[in-house]
Design a binder for this molecule. Sequence first.
Ligand code: S3P
Length: 170
Amino acid sequence: MNIVLVGFMGTGKTSSGKSLAKKLKMKFVDTDEEIEAKAGMKIGEIFEEFGEPRFRELERDEVKRVSARDGFVVSAGGGVILFEENVRELKKNGVIVCLRSTPEKIFERIKHDSHRPLLNVSNPKEKIRELLEKREHFYAQADYSLDTTRLSVDEAADKIIELLKKEKRL
Ligand code: S3P
């Protein structure tokens, strides 16, 4: 079984995913990192050069690949869950946990990063609110969800373990 972390940018999927994998002695994979390694380009460059639709294709291929593997903590890019096919693939062999945070906290976490093309706009705070609202019903498809607004990376990982144990998924 895989544990798949979904959720908006800046909710801690990659950082707490790494911690979670370590604690559970599972392997870790991040869809964005895999896409970048295979393309030899940064996500921002892929968006710029080929556009978002091409990025989504690469992402879908990556989701297929990780869903065929077992024993991974998967950090899925924030838009993975927007596509039904991705959700279907990931659920085949995984439990999906959505990480959530307030727009303010998300902004605080991402404001120094320049590698998130969707938030590379003049008013990122507004954009975060807008996208969160648009995406809410997609994120609601996850099996479980956890608010990481006030949690450290390690605390979030511990909470995920607690949650999955309680639900007998671990
Ligand atoms: C995206 C989130 C990013 C990355 C890309 C698009 C999104 O991943 O896949 O910039 O649509 O929410 P993170 O959530 O890991 O930042």
